[in-house]
Design a protein around this ligand. Sequence first.
Ligand code: ADP
Ligand code: MG
Length: 210
Amino acid sequence: MSFKELGIQDAFTEILLQNGIGEPTPIQKETIPVILEGQDVVGQAQTGTGKTLAFVLPLLQKIDSERDEIQGLIVAPTRELAIQITAEVRKLTDTNSEINVLAVYGGQDVIAQMHKLQGKVHVVVGTPGRLLDHIRRETIDLSGVSTFVLDEADQMLHIGFLSDIEDIMAKVPASRQTLLFSATMPDEVKKLAETYTKNPRDIQVKTKQI
Ligand code: ADP
Ligand code: MG
């Protein structure tokens, strides 16, 4: 089974191969086709099983780079994770596409971020607090978001995060596709999934780390 057979375009599979990635992991095999179909997904697999590419690849494939709007929004619990996800997106888009990604997290200069948000940005990867900061300043427009990802959801259960996520969700169109990924599925995460996804496909994979 290859990424191509899952529906991933050559432009991306070539870059994956250059990075030594040819065979999709189980969570990637199960989720990528479902995400490409447009269904909401609640995906659970252990840390280190490749959950990032499972949502990044189909998300990128849905971006229309000619539309000057944020179309993909990925929310991650920590700055480190936001940086990692952004790096994976950049690796896939820097050389072969017009897709622009912007990381938005605390500690960065907020004015510089505001300027970058005024440019052509298709994908934003952010932490809840800073995203909300931009929402309150009205310096981010999320009305064009068609794919929303909540990554490492089990790390987002602090009370502050939950209310931030609620406020962010209120700015994202209800017609969006929502993807939630988590290493574990405690009741609080199930509740998050129930609140924000629509008839999701529940995909749970039990495998060892890569
Ligand atoms: P998770 O989010 O499930 O903890 P990551 O998405 O961070 O896992 O992936 C862990 C590591 O595995 C990363 O270094 C990533 O580049 C690598 N990886 C992802 N998919 C594959 C694959 N199909 N084959 C080989 N390595 C992969
Ligand atoms: Mg991850």
